[in-house]
Design a protein. Structure first.
Length: 289
């Protein structure tokens, strides 16, 4: 149903099922992704994310008997994740020939070199995002990196979590990135730690997780202090009410900025939105973890 997913959440959840902490085997993740793309919430689901080193395994899974119905079009839409930087781009594009390349995410310490290599090898219609280490995105380093990317066709990518407490940026660090992008009109995607809608402390790990609703609402702020205040909000009803009052213009600004985030669970973010009354309470996917 085209009206089941509001515009604010369409194509927001890139399917990172095979990445930590989910680590779903590719042979299981492919049919699960096919099921997502055939479900009532399909408009919320982005491409299937796959690391450069697993594209051969993915090709075998797509061709295998457990691949599932071809509900995602004639070929699987894949987002290429390149943790090894620019050197992985050419071989990954070659290995991705059986798929539709829906995007490229390239981690690097050399933004200028990554931009040059993307311009040389990537078709202009394929979106790409450049991820720099967080230690290079502080102070003047952040301003320089965002200035460089703002003059290119490419997005920024920011890591919002991981498997250790130090992998999670605090409100001020994330707010500086969001506001810097907003001031430049620079689009970005996020990855890791955003499974849930609302900022919270994980009861098991004690890690402080940002909420994807917080990030969506903060995306329209050009002032880092204002963005940090939104990121710090822990009341889901407060955030949900803010979402309900967004204008069409605000939604466009937000999603032109914050384009997507990778999540190893599609069920968790949908369940949070349903609990807040922001999407219908239809049956949600069953995910093995």
């Amino acid at each position: 149903m085209s009206s089941a997913i509001p515009a604010l959440f369409r194509a927001l959840f890139d399917d990172a099922a095979v990445f930590p902490p989910g680590n779903l085997p590719i042979a299981e993740a492919v049919p699960a992704h096919r099921a997502h793309r055939a479900a009532w919430y399909a408009e919320a689901v982005g491409p299937f994310l796959c690391g450069a080193g697993r594209l051969g395994e993915l090709a075998s899974a797509v061709d295998g008997p457990a691949a599932g119905p071809m509900t995602d079009g004639p070929v699987l839409r894949v987002g290429l994740v390149l943790p090894g930087g620019s050197a992985e781009l050419a071989p990954a594009l070659a290995a991705a020939a059986p798929f539709e390349v829906a995007g490229v995410e390239l981690a690097t310490r050399d933004a200028a070199g990554a931009v040059a290599e993307l311009g040389r090898l990537l078709a202009p219609e394929v979106p790409a995002a450049v991820e720099l280490p967080r230690e290079l995105l502080r102070g003047e380093g952040l301003e320089a990196a965002l200035d460089l990317l703002a003059d290119t066709p490419y997005r920024a990518k920011f890591r919002t979590g991981g498997l250790a407490a130090e992998a999670f940026p605090d409100e001020e660090e994330l707010a500086a990135f969001l506001a810097g992008c907003a001031r430049r009109g620079l689009a970005y995607k996020c990855t890791a730690g955003l499974h849930n809608a609302v900022r919270h402390t994980d009861a098991t790990t004690g890690f402080e997780h940002h909420g994807f609703l917080n990030v969506l609402l903060a995306a329209q702020e050009t002032d880092p202090k204002a963005a940090a205040e939104v990121l710090a909000e822990r009341d889901g009803e407060v955030l949900a009410q803010s979402v309900r009052t967004l204008t069409d213009r605000q939604i466009t600004v937000i999603r032109d900025s914050f384009t997507a985030f990778g999540t190893c669970s599609i069920a968790e973010p949908l369940a949070d939105l349903a609990a807040l009354g922001l999407v219908p309470a239809h049956p949600l996917p069953q995910e093995d973890r």
